[in-house]
Design a protein. Structure first.
Lengths: 251, 375
């Protein structure tokens, strides 16, 4: 009888504690929902620091995106200086989870060519593939404890895929559940070598109350660091009919 | 020898301790003066910029608490606002803080509807205004011209597009003097926000009463969900940066007050412990306990008053220095009002009284015979 009471008591306390911890599925779903957008625009300044400490000339670019459950589209436009001005990279990810990427130049309308979504953008640590957050759709998701980054608690989520065509096979994210933002994302290849780490340094609050990265650093395997600062943008960007026209025309 | 002279002599006798106590208090007071004057100056700069334009009401999104409210499509609300009685003009404004030179910190870039009343309060010092809505030309504030080393005829690259400097203007609002100004259409193009504005400025006719203004506010709340009509003062009050800077200045006042009182308390307590024998002699000579209290509190008030005066001067110096920092130029103008400075002086006197009261009572309660036995 006493043992039964103890077990009941333990059960009563354990249940709420268990219920308070999010499962991998709920956390992943939260992240997928938080990414949905009918249209957004973010303008950012990007500076790359080489392992020898040399700081490349910073550049500005704009990212316009539309993130739906079935289709996700992004368009990156180089703003300044001359080496990036008018250069576009656009990509689309459909239900088949393949990412189709094109690159083109504003001045040369017929210059559309296929591009690699896993390639570095404008010689920086930014990679279009990362912006799609494809790992949130992978079937293997597991929670691996929690961590604390800059005073914020986050849950470690390991995402894995067996897709041989994916440039990244495993991602370890540290997700702040309240802010619906991964504060640190580590991407690994098929040999479990760390490709790059995306660390959020400063956040801003969106209208929904969720957090978005204002400043982040992408550190690559060779210690090349890319600092990104979002200085402008629009949460409710009105996507024009021609925004993704080159992507549609290239089909 | 009067009591004041006696108190001053006691402080002169321990110059190092007196100097250290005055320094600690003056640093606290300086922080209060510098931070508060900057916080007020920041608030006043924004309000002045809005007031100088002659705007009576500002319509913005309810959730907007950033430096500039988040953008919205002007045409969604403009027709409804124009139809409200007493509304003479509804003008869009789009603004962002942008880096336009590698050698200078980011500056405010404003986009104002071409030909609207917003331009009227500016004084053109040199050149001309952008001639038409589509012209890739800007006018720059006198301070911005100085900071960016630009003059009429020069080119400035903003968000990857080249703009010619058409004119240089002067405004009564410092924020505008440090800003770049272009037509709304141009601003919408370079920031990729076609048709969008941060705020809509409303100019009312001269017959509008306070009651009419309240009625307009109520009508906007009722008929335009998600939007709010507020005065420029209310908009500034809602600004997150203004709120943070005010909270910081209040926290500094509290911390500086507590630290200052503790410093004085400690100094006076040490002082009376060292002077137990001396206080015993004074009491034995017939000094009233009330006079001993006056002496000790007087000493602590002299300490804090000196710290207050030096702190105020130091605070003014710090705030003025910050104003001239390249990063802050054109964004803040510290405000030093006499009532505020006298309040700070009053605060330092209060610190002296609070910090010195317990040591003074402790000294006054000494028994002369016991005090005289103290080595």
């Amino acid at each position: 009888m006493t043992m039964r009471c103890i077990l009941l008591l333990l059960g009563a306390f354990a249940l709420p504690a268990y219920a308070a911890e999010p499962t991998a599925a709920t956390l992943v779903e939260t992240m997928k929902q938080a990414r949905l957008s009918e249209g957004f625009e973010a303008r950012m300044e990007v500076a790359t620091i080489l392992p020898n400490g040399h700081r490349a000339m910073p550049f500005k670019l704009s990212v316009v995106g539309q993130i739906g459950a079935e289709r996700q589209r992004l368009r990156v436009r180089g703003i300044s200086p001359d080496k990036v001005r008018g250069r576009f990279v656009a990509a689309e990810r459909n239900a088949d989870e393949r990412i189709r990427t094109i690159a083109y130049d504003e001045q040369l309308p017929r210059s559309i060519e296929k591009a690699d979504p896993a390639a570095r953008l404008f010689d920086s640590g930014l990679v279009l593939w990362d912006m799609f957050g494809a790992w949130w759709s992978w079937p293997q998701q597991a929670i691996e404890g929690s961590d604390r980054i800059d005073g914020r608690t986050c849950t470690l989520v390991r995402s894995r895929t067996d897709d041989g065509t994916s440039p990244v096979r495993e991602v370890l994210s540290c997700v702040n559940g309240d802010g619906k933002l991964s504060l640190r994302t580590q991407l690994f290849d098929r040999r479990h070598r760390l490709l790059r780490t995306i660390a959020v340094k400063q956040t801003m609050r969106k209208e929904s109350g969720a957090l978005a990265a204002k400043k982040l650093t992408v550190t690559e395997a060779d210690r090349t660091a890319t600092e990104v600062e979002v200085y402008g943008g629009d949460e409710h960007y009105l996507v024009n009919a021609d925004t993704y026209a080159p992507l549609d025309n290239g089909k | 020898m009067n009591l004041l002279r006696f108190a001053l002599d006691n402080l002169y006798r321990r110059p190092a301790r007196t100097a250290l106590t005055v320094s600690a208090i003056s640093l606290g007071i300086a922080a209060v003066v510098a931070l508060t004057s900057i916080a007020w100056g920041f608030e006043a700069s924004w309000q002045k910029a809005n007031d100088a334009r002659g705007t009576d009401l500002i319509v913005t999104r309810i959730a907007s608490e950033n430096t500039m409210p988040s953008p919205f499509v002007a045409e969604q609300v403009k027709p409804a606002l124009s139809a409200i009685p007493h509304v003479r003009e509804v003008v869009g404004l789009l603004s962002e803080m942008l880096t336009v030179s590698e050698d200078a910190p980011p500056v405010f870039v404003f986009g104002w509807a071409h030909g609207s009343y917003l331009w009227e309060h500016l004084e053109l010092k040199n050149g001309r205004w952008p001639a038409e809505d589509g012209e890739a030309a800007i006018a720059i504030g006198s301070l911005a011209a100085e900071m960016l080393h630009k003059q009429v005829g020069d080119q400035i690259e903003i968000e990857g597009r080249m703009f010619g400097v058409a004119g240089i203007f002067e405004s009564s609002a410092m924020i505008e003097n440090g800003a770049l100004l272009m037509t709304l259409t141009q601003m919408q193009q370079i920031t990729d926000k076609p048709g969008k504005v941060n705020i809509l400025n409303i100019k009312l006719d001269s017959q509008t009463s306070e009651a009419d203004i309240e009625a307009i506010k109520a009508q906007v709340r009722k008929t335009l969900p998600g939007f709010i009509a507020i005065t420029s003062g209310e908009l500034v009050q809602k600004n997150a940066v203004v709120r943070i800077s005010k909270a910081m200045s209040n926290a500094t006042i509290l911390i500086a007050g507590l630290v200052g009182a503790l410093v004085v308390f400690n100094t006076m307590l040490m002082s009376i412990n060292e002077r137990t024998r001396e206080i015993g002699i004074l009491l034995a000579l017939g000094w009233q306990r009330r006079t001993v209290v006056k002496l000790i509190v007087g000493e602590s008030v002299i300490l804090t008053l000196a710290g207050g005066v030096i702190g105020i001067l130091l605070g003014i110096l710090i705030a003025t220095g910050l104003e001239h920092l390249e990063l802050m130029r054109g964004k803040i103008a510290a405000i030093f009002s006499f009532p505020f400075l006298f309040s700070v002086l009053g605060l330092s006197v209060l610190l002296g009284i609070c910090g010195g009261l317990y040591p003074a009572i402790k000294a006054a309660r000494l028994q002369p015979a016991q005090a005289l036995r103290q080595e």
